[in-house]
Design a protein. Structure first.
Length: 87
């Protein structure tokens, strides 16, 4: 018997993904546009990533102690967050 997945998603519900980004003058990601058109600042996006609401990304703690968003490692550099179009 197959056990249901423990992802927290309702049956048939799909998680959003990031489709575009905004960067500051240093090239740091500052805002994200989701697949449903929502625009999230970095803090909002980080909270959604940590809650599991956004597919294809995860959070990690940097050497500086801050928490950051990054794309899941899949060996494909073309879908890294830095490669997403600007909006």
């Amino acid at each position: 018997m197959r056990m249901p997945e423990q992802s927290g998603e309702a049956a048939g519900e799909q998680r959003e993904s990031f489709v575009a980004t905004q960067k500051n003058g240093d090239g740091d990601l500052t805002s994200f546009q989701t697949s449903t058109g929502r625009v999230l600042n970095y803090e909002e996006a980080l909270a959604e990533v940590e809650s599991g609401a956004i597919a294809g990304v995860n959070s990690f703690k940097g050497k500086d102690g801050e928490t950051y968003i990054r794309g899941n490692a899949d060996g494909d550099p073309t879908n890294n967050l830095d490669q997403l179009p600007n909006f």
